[in-house]
Design a protein. Structure first.
Length: 74
């Protein structure tokens, strides 16, 4: 996030959160591909649960970081 702000540490933290969210979404994509290719129902169900939790964590973190970005700039 490139902005004119007095609080550079908050900007760095927000950038790190966005990077972790991107990595989480990428990991979700790989796990979805692996779940679709899995032959075992038990493995597939376990992967689906992991994907759900990871996706919800990533999207919630992204929303939190977006609110931090908005209120840090203003």
């Amino acid at each position: 996030m490139n902005s004119i702000s007095k609080n550079d540490q908050a900007i760095t933290i927000i950038d790190d959160i966005f990077a972790l969210c991107a990595a989480g979404f990428l990991l979700c994509t790989y796990l979805i591909f692996w779940a679709l290719r899995s032959k075992s129902d038990r493995t597939r169900l376990m992967l689906i649960n992991v994907i759900d939790v990871l996706f919800l964590a990533a999207i919630s973190s992204m929303t939190f970081a977006a609110f931090m970005m908005i209120y840090t700039i203003w």
